[in-house]
Design a protein around this ligand. Structure first.
Ligand code: NAD
Length: 416
């Protein structure tokens, strides 16, 4: 019988329990954090182009308000479900804790395949979702952002709808907006840039030089395609990438801009001239120095983990490794840079965007990137020190750093 843990809520609860026990925290803190503080489920009616009405299910989960308003993306996906949204909101709390942002975690989702909607239907769906959750969001309450299959355009409609409801412009209600509508310079590549910074720091620890280091990336959307570009820029060789339709491989190195252009034209990375076709499984087990899962949860299972050859796994996606697979990677001596650190660049620049919206004063891309680098490098160092001092893996170290901060705030506020 396969007893591997695939439910992301169980995965994050288990990670929390281990970290809380290791820190010797009051059991009340675990009780408080093991489920979201508030979850809203909504039915969203949309008038389709053919005149029919379709009702989509959506959620917004707010995990913890202890350290500030909740923050986290919105996922549009045909298979998104409540436990996944809850888990993603919990991961956001710990991600914000890792980089020391004044936020708790939030996450939203709508069960829909946005690729099958017209632009008008997608806009209607977004606006109706905002109307349904408007009561519980706002710059001081809960600030959504992009996630899988949601884009800067969707964030722009989101901001516009919320502003209409309030009767004045509220740019700080959502982040990941286009620069022309109160977005931040550097936001679109921030998740990947943050990931690149921590990969660079991790590589130093094992004396892996950037030049010529080989990389495979699963998922070629916002996180994956930008990671390919940025790592290529620092001298790494991207030899395999994939998306929902399959993967491509070139031992001599793919040119990220060619792959991006091919995907823009055809909708997939598959079929790029000169590259071999591979499966997602081939990609995850390919002979590379660095593996970046940048698609979904539960991609590195026990079966895959046994065959992973990379020296570093940097989790740009949320929850890509099952706990059982994580143990296998650890025992094989593979350095896993956990999601709550490796993908924290996005929320960090979302925080910068929110700060700029509140100040109504905007920074240059160079300023944004420099502040991001400072935060990511500091977070990596704190986690690496915890890992060394407490003799725990990097994932547990990251949870311990984050949880310690959150627990201190909870105690100081007199909640426990
Ligand atoms: P995206 O929608 O831009 O891209 C998702 C990509 O994954 C697409 O290329 C899609 O084709 C691919 N994909 C889908 N199913 C796949 C499969 N079965 N195998 C391989 N590839 C598949 O999404 P994104 O924003 O890049 O998010 C990717 C991951 O990064 C998610 O786990 C998300 O939660 C995480 N993340 C994103 C951000 C952000 O700022 N966008 C921040 C932190 C974490």
């Amino acid at each position: 019988m396969n007893t591997e843990t695939f439910n992301p809520l169980q995965v994050v609860q288990r990670q929390l329990a281990v970290a809380a026990q290791r820190l010797g925290l009051d059991p009340g803190i675990y009780e408080l954090l093991k489920e979201p503080a508030k979850v809203l489920e909504v039915g969203i009616p949309v008038k389709m182009d053919d005149g029919s009405i379709k009702v989509f299910r959506g959620w917004r989960s707010q995990h913890s308000h202890a350290t500030g308003p909740t923050k986290g993306g919105i996922r549009f996906h045909p298979e998104v479900y409540l436990d996944e949204v809850k888990a993603l909101s919990m991961w956001m709390t710990f991600k914000c804790g890792v980089v020391g942002l004044p936020y708790g975690g939030g996450k939203g989702g709508i069960r829909v395949d946005p690729r099958k909607l017209s632009t008008r239907e997608l806009e209607q769906l977004t606006r109706k979702y905002v109307d349904s959750i408007a009561e519980i969001i706002g710059p001081e309450k809960d600030i959504p952002a992009p996630d899988v299959y949601t884009t800067p355009q969707i964030m722009s409609w989101f901001m516009d709808e919320f502003s209409k409801l309030r009767g004045y412009n509220v740019p700080g209600v959502v982040t990941g907006k286009p620069v022309e509508n109160s977005g931040s310079a550097g936001r679109s590549s921030a998740t990947a840039r943050g990931c690149m910074f921590v990969i660079r720091e991790a590589a130093k620890q094992i004396n892996l030089p950037a030049a010529g280091t080989t990389v495979a990336i699963q998922g070629f959307g916002n996180a994956g395609s930008n990671a390919a570009k940025l790592l290529n820029d620092i001298g790494c060789k991207i030899i395999a990438v994939s998306d929902s339709k399959g993967g491509i491989y070139d031992p001599n190195g793919l040119t990220p801009s060619d792959v991006i252009a091919h995907k823009a034209q055809t909708g997939t990375v598959v079929g790029l001239a000169g590259a071999q076709s591979i499966t997602n499984e081939d990609l995850l087990t390919s002979n590379v120095d660095i593996l970046i899962p940048a698609a979904f949860e539960n991609q590195i299972t026990t079966d895959i983990a046994k065959r992973v050859k990379a020296k570093i796994v940097a989790e740009a996606a949320n929850g890509p490794t099952t706990p059982e697979a994580d143990e296998i990677l650890f025992n094989k001596g593979i350095m896993v840079v956990p999601d709550i650190l490796a993908s924290a660049g996005g929320v960090t620049v979302s925080y910068f965007e929110w700060v700029q919206n509140i100040m109504n004063f905007y920074w240059t891309e160079a300023e944004v990137n420099q502040r991001l680098e400072d935060i990511m490098v500091k977070a990596f160092k704190q986690i690496y020190d915890m890992h060394t001092n407490m003799n725990v893996d990097l994932r547990l170290a990251a949870y311990m750093v984050a949880l310690q901060r959150i627990a201190n705030t909870i105690k100081s506020r007199g909640w426990i």
